[in-house]
Design a protein around this ligand. Structure first.
Ligand code: FES
Length: 102
């Protein structure tokens, strides 16, 4: 199992367990877990409604890719640990990740 901790927009944290080999993005997992993520662009890195902030876990998830930065740079509330959840593929390496919905 891949264990994530999700903090909602009210500051409440919940563990989410995801089976390995699921081949979904973090955005898709958040939607499937009933989190309020619009994902208007369907995961194309174009809408930023899947904005999350990485709070803890494996180092490689803390920094956005150039593709994400094009969109994140337009947001007033983005910081250096902001990511687009649709661009984060859920794999075993993600185990222990803590993210906050923005
Ligand atoms: S779903 Fe639109 S940017 Fe992630």
């Amino acid at each position: 199992m891949i264990n994530l901790i999700i903090e909602d927009r009210h500051g409440a944290r919940q563990p989410v367990e995801i089976p390995e080999g699921i081949n979904l993005s973090l955005m898709e997992v958040l939607k499937a877990s009933e989190y309020d993520v619009l994902a208007t662009c369907g995961g194309m890195a174009l809408c930023a409604t899947c904005h999350v902030q990485v709070l803890g876990g494996p180092e490689q998830y803390f920094h956005a890719t150039d593709n994400e930065l094009d969109m994140l740079d337009t947001l007033p509330n983005a910081d250096e640990h902001s990511r687009l959840a649709c661009q984060m593929r859920v794999t075993e390496e993600m185990d222990g990740l803590v993210v906050r919905l923005k």
